[in-house]
Design a protein around this ligand. Structure first.
Ligand code: LMR
Length: 398
């Protein structure tokens, strides 16, 4: 049965990590995957996570099945983080949350449920978007289209173009939006622009699906949550996927969540029952450890404070790397103005490097970036930043 099976292409992001791991050069740098490394180039284990894990290990809890929707304390903590504990949707029990296998797992559960709920709806992602968005939603059976988003001239958002795209969508279309730290461009909407987007989505009867994989990496927990909060305040039914891979540095634990806001408590309860069927027939119920750790951190005032401090530390270090790279490229007298890197937010920058330049970074310098020119700023540190700046300057000049 496998004789005619063709070799599939490598994943555009995780495939780079495979190639990076196989590279034997000591100076290699992985600017491909969206992972935060500390100043020593190491994947951090956060102090708040370590403290919560210590307590959990000492308690040595038995490992029964979780509820299909996951740990109640975790789901509640996620809702409070995304919408605010005092928000109307939380107080009125109009939001339901499912512990999911990372942000990707949350997107997939949402996609599978939406396909059952709105089988003929079109799914629209930003141009460009995270490499996996299109594949994931097409895999769930959707026709995926794009809305205008990035402006290569300013390396910011083409907001007029975005509004025109959204205004041209048929009612009932599902719009995938990045809450903050847009992946791959690093170009975000302002608060005022979000308000306009909410108005359009409401007026045109669109269905917002907000992907929030980087809450806390732009400005902080509250300001980065502006999009889901504005949609919820506007009384819209909506989907939100959350990831704690980056913000808790818990990548391999696969800790994420899907939240759905409905019009009433009764409606939410019915939706809950349907989404549980999607999960049950997919992976039955989520794993225990990661969600328990995140819930423990978020429900302890001390650990929460410690975590927010550690998150701010990651955010500030990335910002320092952004300005550092801008300065170092300038010092190397490259022709282009790279100051936009310091304006973009989150882990990524869409650098404008071409496929050929990215290829040369890899083959000549062992520096891995996504072929679209996306680089992960969170993998830079004071020891590799000069090497990376030299390499970028070299491929730009030749
Ligand atoms: C990324 O965009 O690099 C991350 O979200 C990791 C992934 O799963 O692709």
């Amino acid at each position: 049965i496998f004789a005619a099976v063709e070799m599939a292409p490598r994943d555009p992001i995780l495939g780079l990590t495979e190639a990076f791991n196989a590279d034997t050069r000591a100076t290699k740098v992985n600017l491909g995957v969206g992972v935060y490394y500390d100043e020593n180039g190491k994947l951090p284990l956060l102090g708040a996570v370590k403290a919560a894990e210590k307590v959990r290990l000492e308690a040595a809890p038995a490992r029964g099945y979780q509820p299909i929707e996951g740990l109640a304390a975790y789901n509640q903590a996620v809702q409070n983080l995304v919408f605010g504990a005092n928000s109307a949707v939380v107080r009125e029990n109009r939001v339901i949350t499912f512990e999911a296998l990372g942000g990707t797992g949350a997107l997939k559960v949402g996609a599978d449920y939406l396909k059952r709920l709105l089988p003929y709806a079109k799914l629209i992602i930003s141009d460009p978007s995270w490499e996996n968005h299109r594949a994931l939603f097409e895999g769930a059976g959707f026709t995926v289209d794009t809305y205008t988003y990035f402006d290569p001239a300013t390396r910011g958002v083409n907001f007029a173009g975005m509004k025109a795209s959204l205004n041209a969508l048929p009612a009932g279309s599902i719009v995938l939006l990045h809450a903050c730290c847009h992946n791959p461009t690093g170009a975000d909407l302002t608060a005022a622009q979000w308000k306009e987007v909410v108005e359009i989505v409401k007026a045109r009867d669109l269905v917002p699906f907000v992907d929030m994989a980087y809450q806390g990496f732009a400005e902080g927990i509250e300001p980065d949550g502006i999009a889901p909060r504005l949609f919820a305040d506007a009384g819209l039914d909506m989907f939100v996927s959350s990831s704690f891979s980056k913000s808790f540095s818990l990548y391999g634990e696969r800790v994420g969540a899907l939240s759905i806001v409905a019009a009433s408590k009764d409606e939410a309860a019915r939706v809950l029952s349907q989404v549980k069927r999607v999960i049950r027939t997919n992976y039955s119920n989520p794993p225990t450890h990661g969600g328990a750790i995140v819930a423990a951190v978020l429900s302890s005032p001390e650990l929460r404070q410690q975590w927010e401090g550690e998150l701010a530390g990651m955010r500030d270090r990335i910002r320092a790397m952004r300005t550092g790279l801008v300065d170092k490229l300038k010092a190397r007298k490259v022709a282009q103005d790279f100051s936009f890197i310091a304006r973009q937010r989150g882990m990524f920058s869409y650098t404008g490097l071409t496929v050929d330049q990215v290829e040369r970074l890899m083959s000549e310098f062992g520096i891995y970036a996504v072929s679209t020119g996306r680089v992960c700023m969170a993998a830079l540190n004071s020891r590799n930043i000069d090497y990376v700046a030299d390499a970028i300057a070299a491929v730009l000049k030749a």
